[in-house]
Design a protein around this ligand. Sequence first.
Ligand SMILES: *Cc1c(COP(=O)(O)O)cnc(C)c1O
Length: 396
Amino acid sequence: MKTIYLDNAGTTQVSPEVKKAMLPFFDEEYGNASSLHFLGQQAREKLEEARADIAKCLNCLPDEIFFTSGGSESDNWAITSACREGARKGKKHIITSAFEHHAVLNTVKKLEREGFTVTYLPVYENGIVKVEDVKNAITDDTALVTIMYANNEIGTLQPIEEIANLCNEKGVLFHCDAVQAVGHVEIDLQKLKIDMLSMSAHKFHGPKGVGALFKRKNRRIDSFILGGTQEMNKRAGTENVGGCVGMAVALNEACKHLKENIERETKLRDMLFDELTKIPHSRVNGDREKRLPNNFNMSFEGIEGEGLILLLSDSGICASSGSACTSGSLDPSHVLLSIGLIQDVAHGSLRLTLSEYNNEEEINFTIKEVKRIVEYLRSFSPLWKDYEKGVKNHVI
Ligand SMILES: *Cc1c(COP(=O)(O)O)cnc(C)c1O
């Protein structure tokens, strides 16, 4: 059976170029970048080249890029550091949105337990934060605003440029979790007045377990992992040189092909929306236009998302549902609830996230399979029977 991979917001395949670039670091260029001998110095050079390449793609300075173990670490680091700095100045208020990734939400919740006050901004039915709400929430007490660039479940793009300008004007630190956006949409850190930005290699065809935090030069940041002097004395630990090189190659490729990838993904995504919105009693989750080019998310009334995912999986299609997280919890996703979906509807949701490796044939097969499986699941759903008999009214 052929694999059709449509879970690219979960993780991506390492590209052939990335794999090739990384292989020498396992058995030839295995030096520790802190060692004085030639093998160590070679590793150091490759690491700094990778940093410079990443900086170039994002239009920032190399020493504004700090390598980390991924998006979660970058989020934890940025938020914790900003709030410690705030607390030192007596500022103990955080502004975030209701539908951030758990790496942000759980860090913020921990700070809340430690005495910070948190404003969780609404994201409305379209899944987009209002700049006006950010403006109204900022007080003299605000230590940090942290809002994601693009949501990982429904793909909606946030008004980051305006929020960044606003925070800059008000002198409030702004962190952005851009893990879903880097490598997928254009990001120019000269133009955007973001203070800190998180990214992760495995979301754009790089390896897992490596990411970076951008920190603007004139802002300060606390050390996160204590030990050696790596990463400009801010994040100790022997550098994952091969991983950092892989990340740089992946981002370079993504930036080089950005325009054509966006065109390709948008076309395939629109094929999915055009056909699957024909299924009766279904809805699109998140703004139909202001979303990542590779994100499709819909709910189908009267079915369980888990059933849909498992049957798609039997057909070789890797998809995701927002209804239960991988922890096996049956709680519907906080993202779908944040845009106002009731539990029943949130449970019947499907997320398909594309990459440039997908083609029309795969999408046509997926459309056929989703239509078939939704109909099949509805045929023995008690809830659906109630709708049909008129015992219960449709909600979509
Ligand atoms: C995947 C993801 C993360 C976590 O990144 P890891 O590298 O897997 O730790 C954080 N935020 C968003 C929006 C993500 O999509």
